[in-house]
Design a protein around this ligand. Sequence first.
Ligand code: SF4
Length: 356
Amino acid sequence: MTDIIKKLEVSCDASDEELKSLIDSESCDTALYEAADRVRRANYGTDVYMRGLIEFTSYCKNDCFYCGLRRSNRSAVRYRLEKSDILGCARAGYGLGFRTFVLQGGEDMHYTDDMICDIVSALKAEFPECAVTLSIGEKSRESYQSYYDAGADRYLLRHETADNAHYSKLHPDTLSAENRKRCLYDLKEIGYQVGAGFMVGSPYQTVNELIADLRFMQKLEPDMIGIGPFIPHRDTPFRDMPAGTLGLTLRMLAITRLMFPYALIPATTALGTISPDGRERGLRAGANVIMPNLSPADVRKYYELYNNKICSGDEAAESVLIMGRRIKDCGYTPVSARGDVRRGGGEPPLAPRGVS
Ligand code: SF4
């Protein structure tokens, strides 16, 4: 197994059979995490980029079988933030040092393209040196282009699973893996820094689907890769399905770091939900991004994608202090700079848009 890890570390690739044996084996976890940590340090040093997350709407028109925000969930409490609320969250975040704001929400038709563009432009006008990341789901290419023209820098859209048949077991017929992939390629072509990613341990997933995820990302070459365990939500069709495990999620995270050395990889909230030290262990397995929540404390608990999502009622300032301390305790350095992707092993980041 150490030969496969070495091969991945040197060449960023391995055969399907080799990947399968690595994914299935628990015996080599320590060596795998150490290799992933070496690769992240070679590319990003000890930096851990802090992104300010603003979850601005819990409405969604979709009905994904695994998600607590699905439209069929009548128990979900829905909220929307106004533009002024979003700007207020960003102002507070800016004061705490954040230079990336991530606007995340369900696919909420209340926000027209003009409204999203207006919010993005206002953020860029007030915080020109900050990156604005959108994570608002599947849209037309024209919509993506309009957000980009308004100043959006990055877009997160996890592909969830690259296998078409598996995708259809997790989503209603109105959604397809093809369209999701079309969105990701559109975003890349437009010029966004693009984030893809997948769930680990989702219902009906086998090791073959996990390998398909890695192969899809080799083609797409996303700048950011989000990997989190599936966690069931009590008000969804998957309420009784087992959660993904910490061990398999960390193994996939470390393999991803070895295959995509340049990538920005978050230690996700879902990792921290299945284990109290999950995010720290994610950092040690190759993750280099943390996304503290800047949403107003009184609405955070309503953005419940899965059960028991960690959500402190702390004010943003306190959360940031705590996260910063935890990152340092792991031997890494919390960094509030924009933290653009670095391609080419230790090269300086790409120049931000509009900055020569
Ligand atoms: S996963 Fe996203 S698109 Fe699907 S129901 Fe949840 S918020 Fe909506």
